[in-house]
Design a protein around this ligand. Structure first.
Ligand code: ADP
Ligand code: MG
Length: 236
């Protein structure tokens, strides 16, 4: 009962927060769950970067977001924070299956995202895993059905969705495409298209990129619904 009240209070804080406002300067200014706020604090993240200040409020309001900002601008937290809070507010549990899927172009970037997720997600009870190959498909498959959040590379994830019995993404709440420009440059368009075919249409999608290009907007057209565009430029 107390938990329910707490969730209602949190939801009200989100509803009352103008998603287009750029007033928030710190994570504490945002309507975030207690475990996310505590995980950020324990990881020594306090101030918001520009892309975080603009993208997180929109994402918390369930908008699809296409975010562009140069490398090093803090895009990882711009999607990990909304991922954690979306599942938290949905009271996601181990029985609900895969709630969030984060697609990265390379294994190395996937590992980096996973490490940030483990740090800031430490106060949450979600299970999270990496799907980047390197182990046998069978070994990976055995752990998949227990995962709430997966960070993956496109080819390997598609292999599981096509072949792993008893695993599906029918409940998925949120999809993240990170480094969308590199996903396209590395020739993953077909794999991502096929992946998206396995996902429910009612999900939220966040897409981030260091550069804007025709290929990125093509991918956005296919996977995002009426997105909010957030582009952060360096001031001259
Ligand atoms: P991008 O994905 O845009 O290239 P990252 O998410 O990898 O950027 O972040 C780049 C660096 O900035 C990382 O070392 C990260 O820890 C740091 N960083 C991100 N957000 C913040 C923040 N709000 N406060 C302090 N450092 C941050
Ligand atoms: Mg990045």
């Amino acid at each position: 009962k107390q938990e329910v009240d707490e969730l209602q209070v949190l939801q009200k804080r989100v509803d009352e927060f103008d998603p287009k406002s750029t007033e928030a300067k710190t994570f504490a200014d945002l309507p975030l769950s207690q475990p996310t706020a505590a995980g950020l604090q324990a990881s020594h993240f306090t101030s918001l970067t520009d892309i975080q200040a603009r993208a997180i409020p929109l994402a918390l309001h369930n908008h699809d977001v296409l975010g562009a900002a140069k490398t090093g601008s803090g895009k990882t937290l711009a999607f990990l924070v909304p991922v954690l809070d979306k599942l938290y507010r949905a009271q996601w549990t181990e029985f609900d299956g895969l709630g969030a899927l984060i697609i990265s172009p390379t294994r190395e970037l996937a590992v980096q995202i996973f490490e940030v997720l483990r740090k800031i997600g430490r106060k949450h009870a979600f299970s999270a895993g990496l799907v980047i190959g390197g182990k046998s498909l069978k070994e990976e498959a055995e752990r998949l059905s227990r995962m709430n959040i997966l960070v993956c590379t496109p080819g390997r994830m598609l292999q599981h969705l096509d072949q792993t019995a008893g695993f599906d993404a029918d409940n998925l709440q949120i999809l993240v495409l990170d480094e969308a420009d590199r996903i396209m440059d590395m020739g993953f368009q077909t794999a991502v298209d096929a992946l998206v075919e396995h996902l429910p249409k009612t999900r939220q999608t966040l897409m981030f990129s260091a550069t804007q290009s025709k290929k990125v907007s093509d991918l956005a057209r296919l996977s995002l619904k009426d997105p909010e565009y957030v582009s952060v430029h360096e001031s001259a």
